[in-house]
Design a protein around this ligand. Structure first.
Ligand SMILES: [Zn+2]
Length: 107
């Protein structure tokens, strides 16, 4: 399973599910599952029992989101867009927004 053109540090927009319409930064990619973890998206509350280290309570943590539910965000268009790639003259590969042809930065 490939993560397509998404990678850590990308800004993405959620296209489906309870966080639909929200944007966030990719914190972690899980290529073997086709999932990513996005900052402040798909927050899961876990109840933690008190132990010797902490008092316990509710711990909030980001859950993973399937990549089919997100799109790469173009800052210029301010929406999730289709991406095309281009090889520059110096051999570098860049990602372009298919709407405005702007280079989408990483990180
Ligand atoms: Zn764009």
């Amino acid at each position: 399973m490939s993560l397509g053109r998404l990678r850590k540090g990308d800004m993405v927009k959620v296209l489906a599910g309870k966080d639909k319409g929200k944007t966030g930064k990719v914190l972690k990619a899980i290529p073997e599952k086709g999932k990513i973890v996005i900052e402040k998206i798909n927050i899961i509350k876990k109840h933690k029992k008190p132990d010797q280290k902490s008092k316990g309570g509710v711990v909030e943590k980001e859950g993973s989101v399937h990549i089919s539910k997100v799109g790469l965000l173009c800052n210029k268009c301010n929406r999730a867009v289709r991406i095309k790639s281009k090889i520059l003259e110096d051999g570098k590969k860049v990602r372009l927004c298919s709407k405005c042809n702007d280079v989408i930065n990483v990180g």
